[in-house]
Design a protein around this ligand. Structure first.
Ligand code: GDP
Length: 450
């Protein structure tokens, strides 16, 4: 952490401006070596116009922002060079910084320093990454709430409640002779543990909603060849993405596309016609299709209204019967030959992809299935990070142990150990305790320059 790091903070490409970020004790000194003005004694949060120079050669005309510690992203001295966008210029400036004493930052190293210097906690650091990677407005809302510390505050509050009961127990154990000390009862512990359990369970339940907001709903369109899968995909995507033909088995590759329903991403996959075949190319598609059904959160099983149900249709109906699925009956414009008795207890929507009839009803059915309207009015205070959720689940396992202990009259000091473990685990969510490996792994997923 003692060295001064630098990195290109913007995307390397042709653009109006590129920003190169420098952070560390030597930031001002190093940049001054290649800048036309000495920055060492300038005031904090000031912008300076000048030239980046390699000895006498002028490399670029730039604006340099100087931000002195501690009010900076990393809580170190930070200098940002705004140079002209363009690969050559940007790389040249970066190269000069490296030659003059900077080290190239690792991915996420600026944010790692912000964490290690105490400006943000680990949950907030992870929210930075989520914010950068958010793909919908709702995902962005969750991430910015995380960055503002809403999740961290919730965890801190739970820890605070826990430490109160732990310290009460400790006083009871250490000073049994004092009569004026409140004696913690088993009932007290039971109540506290139940409250904690409810709060943690709520986080886990909400995580399911949040996952949908963040990652979208992976939706597979399946059906035997020629039922209209590509036509439906095109209708949903409003573009000619998949090839539509009347020759069976033309959709051989899995086509992916995204639509938004109520701000939630629906990631659509149009699988190749599921049909047992000797055709080598097609069988690769078929194998992929079966995999996709297993992976998908939602399956749209397409049937052809104008044909009797085939063995393949029945097989697909069987395969999807216990999954979240909608049976979409296409070609509603043609006379029906379907045996509806085989579709009892299924969620059915009729469509006609030639005229677009029924597409809105299909979207509404998806909304209903995933309660998307409810998600719309939520406050976006979700915990969505897989690492954090895994820790919360760990706490719930410990709570079960405590509950068992309470039933079996386990001594207070034993219960206290479990409570402390929960306190520690909650602490590791916000980064009160961590190991280097965790940090390296976590920040390596960040982009360079962040
Ligand atoms: P896929 O093999 O399941 O992807 O099916 P396609 O989307 O390629 O469609 C197969 C054939 O059915 C094409 O000739 C489409 O024009 C036709 N088709 C698709 N949807 C409808 C529909 O709603 N009504 C009618 N009459 N024909 C349709």
């Amino acid at each position: 952490m003692n060295d001064t790091i630098c990195s290109i903070a913007t995307t390397l490409g042709v653009g109006a401006i590129s920003i190169i970020r420098v952070s560390g004790n030597e930031a001002l000194k190093i940049v001054s070596k290649i800048f036309s003005k000495n920055l060492v004694d300038v005031s904090t949060h000031t912008i300076h116009y000048g030239y980046i120079k390699n000895k006498e050669e002028i490399i670029d005309e730039v604006l340099v922002s100087v931000m002195l510690k501690p009010k900076t992203y990393t809580m170190e001295d930070v200098v940002e060079i705004n140079c002209h966008g363009g690969i050559e210029t940007t790389n040249k400036v970066l190269e000069l910084l490296l030659l003059n004493g900077c080290r190239l930052a690792e991915p996420g190293e600026f944010t790692k320093r912000a964490f290690l210097n105490g400006r943000i906690d680990l949950m907030q650091a992870e929210a930075v990454s989520d914010l950068i990677n958010s793909k919908t407005d709702k995902a962005r809302k969750i991430a910015i709430n995380g960055l503002r510390g809403n999740g961290s505050n919730l965890i801190k509050k739970l820890r605070e409640d826990l430490i109160n009961i732990i310290s009460n127990i400790e006083v009871n154990i250490d000073y049994p002779e004092y009569e004026d000390i409140y004696e913690v009862t088993i009932k007290d512990i039971k109540e506290k543990v139940l409250t904690l359990k409810n709060s943690l369970t709520k986080i886990i339940n909400e995580y399911e909603d949040a996952k949908i907001i963040q990652d979208g709903i992976l939706t597979a369109i399946v059906g035997r060849p020629n039922v209209g899968k590509s036509s439906l995909l095109n209708r949903l995507l409003n573009e000619e993405k998949a090839i539509v033909t009347n020759i069976e088995g033309t959709t051989r590759d899995i086509v992916e596309g995204e639509i938004l329903i109520d701000g939630i991403k629906i990631n659509i996959i149009d699988t190749a016609g599921i049909r047992k075949t000797d055709d080598v190319v097609e069988s690769i598609g078929v194998k992929k299709s079966l995999d996709i059904i297993n992976k998908a959160t939602l399956t749209l099983l397409l049937l052809d209204n104008s044909k009797e149900l085939t063995k393949d249709d029945l097989e697909l109906l069987e395969m999807t019967k216990d999954r979240t699925s909608i049976v979409v009956i296409n070609k509603d414009d043609l006379e029906s030959k379907l045996d509806l008795t085989k579709l009892k207890n299924r969620n059915i929507i009729y469509i006609n992809t030639l005229s677009n009839d029924g597409i809105e009803s299909l979207k509404n059915e998806i909304k209903k299935l995933f309660n998307l309207e409810k998600l719309d009015t939520s406050d976006y205070n979700y915990i969505t990070n897989v690492r954090q959720i895994a820790k919360i689940k760990e706490c719930l396992v410990n709570i079960e142990d405590i509950e068992k202990g309470l039933q079996e009259n386990t001594p207070l000091d034993m219960l206290e150990i479990d409570l402390k473990t929960i306190w520690d685990t909650l602490g590791s969510i916000i980064g009160e305790s961590y190991d280097e490996e965790l940090l390296d792994n976590l920040f390596s997923k960040f982009c360079v320059g962040k």
